[in-house]
Every structure is written in C-alpha cells, then in structure tokens.
Design a protein around this ligand. Sequence first.
Ligand code: C2E
Ligand code: MG
Ligand code: MG
Ligand code: MG
Length: 283
Amino acid sequence: NCEMGNNNSYKFFNPKMESELSSRIKMESLLRAALQRDELSLHYQPFVNTQSQSVVGAEVLIRWHNPILGQVSPVDFIEIAEHSGQIIEIGYFVLRSALKQLAYWREIYNQDFYLAINLSPVQLKDSYLVDKIVNLLELYKIPGHLLEIELTENALIHDAAYAQEVLSKLHRKGIRLSLDDFGTGYSSLSYLQYYPFNSIKIDRSFIHNLETSEQSRQLVNTIIAMANNLQLSLVAEGVENQFQADFVAKQGANIWQGYYLGKPVDANAFAQQYLIPSMTPLF
Ligand code: C2E
Ligand code: MG
Ligand code: MG
Ligand code: MG
C-alpha cells in the first residue's frame, strides 16, 4: 500500500507502526468510553509502619476493566493516556474518588490514615492542578498531610523550574511528596536537593534481590541510611516475604508495602481486611 516509494512513505506505511498506531487509537477511544461507562476503579494497597506493625495508609492504584480487553494494566494504558492528554481527566477522577473514599473512612475508622496517589508528569503541567487538589481537600475536610503525592524521577526531568514551583505550592499546603521507584532513574540525588520531598520509595527491584545479592543488601542499607540522615521517610516497596520485611525494618525503613501483607484490593475489601483490625498489631 506504499505507492510513492520514497523513504518517508516507506516509514509511514511500515505495517508494524501502522498497527501500533491503530491499536493506540483504539485504546484511546476505549479509554474515553471507559470514563463514561464506569470501567475505571481504584484499588488500595496497605502501607505497614515498621515500628507499630500496623497499617497506617495505602497507595491508590488505578484499575481498568474493559468488556472486550478484560483487565488492562496501568503500565499499558497510563502511557497512552499521557500521550493523548486523557491522563488529566483520569488523574482528576483518581484524586476525586480517592479523597472521597478517604473522607468516608475517616468518619468511621482511624483519623490519621493517609493515602498516596501517583501523579503523572503530564498532570504537573495542568495549571489548575494545585487548585483542584486544594479544593478537593477542603471539600472533603482532609488535612494536607494525609495526602501524599508520588512522583517518579522522569516526572521531573522536563521542566525542572516549573515542576519545582508546583511542588513547592503543594508542599506549602502540607501535602507530602514522595519520590517513587527511587534508584531507577537518572538523577535521584539532585532531585532530593532540588525538590521538597518528604519521603522516598526504594524501587522494588532492589528489595527483590535482598536474599540473593550482597550488593542489593548494601545498596538498600545505604539508601535507608541516607534517607535517615536527610530526615526523609523511607518506604520499601515490593516486600514479598518475611526476610525482606525484617531486613528493611531492621535497617531503619519507616514503611513497607508489598504482596507479603497484601496485593492492592478494592475499597470494601481493604476496609474489611485492614481498617477494622487496625487497632491491633498485625505481626
Ligand atoms: P508504582 O506507583 O510503582 O506502583 C507499585 C506497583 O507495584 C503496583 O503495580 C503494585 O501493584 C505493584 N506491587 C506492589 N507490591 C508488590 C510486590 O510485592 N511485588 C510485585 N511484584 N509488585 C508489587 P500496578 O498497580 O500494576 O501499577 C503499576 C504502575 O502504574 C504504578 O507503579 C504507577 O506508576 C502506575 N499507576 C498506577 N495507578 C496510577 C494512577 O492512578 N495514576 C498514575 N499516573 N499512575 C498510576
Ligand atoms: Mg507509586
Ligand atoms: Mg513505585
Ligand atoms: Mg513503578
């Protein structure tokens, strides 16, 4: 189907690209419908405090169930939503739904319980972002420190000065900022100096190798010690067994998260499993 035969048209009609393009477009239109048809929902994964051994908060993770595609991983659709701009609306859906849920939980359960919400770099460019968040916190009467925003390093690369302005505004509202997937990006350390982070999350690839790799143990120790020295809270993500939970606790991590306690679950399951018994230690 390539008539002109020059390099450009060859490139354009490359069948692999064409199918990637059309599947991207399909995905975009399915996503657009998803928002209207209630196909998006939120799951919550518990944070365990290493001192109290109790659930102190949760990370909010989006889920998409489509009748044709089935369950679609956020790893696959967030990037498409970022590319198309739909992430602004989806991100606002996540903030709104999660904070509404938190307000409800605060009425019946632990008043100090907090939520961590992942934010895309594209959302940082939304000039209404700070107002939207502040308005939601007011609407649901939630103090800023019970909201943590998780950002990955690549969220901050593009427009450092602007990102710093936005993050400083959030910080001044008492909202906590967390550097996600720490250790996998390019300039983690300079980010800690440049932005007002309250906490860092060690990427789960480091935790995964704790039993088998002395180097991973040393790296995790070093990152935890650094976080302690900088007075940053430290979260270990991807904890899958007792060894890993004990290791990070003993080295001074503040929080761990992972399948060892539980996978992300919907709000009802979360409340049933973690919020009612939250007064008694889990381990
Ligand atoms: P993330 O923010 O680093 O989230 C942690 C991911 O690790 C989640 O995958 C979680 O289910 C998974 N995980 C947690 N504990 C364990 C464990 O013990 N072992 C293993 N193997 N995995 C574990 P999930 O839910 O598929 O999310 C993937 C990524 O999608 C997230 O990575 C985040 O970058 C993005 N994402 C999810 N929800 C949202 C959202 O609402 N907004 C935005 N912008 N991104 C989101
Ligand atoms: Mg995260
Ligand atoms: Mg992470
Ligand atoms: Mg990740």
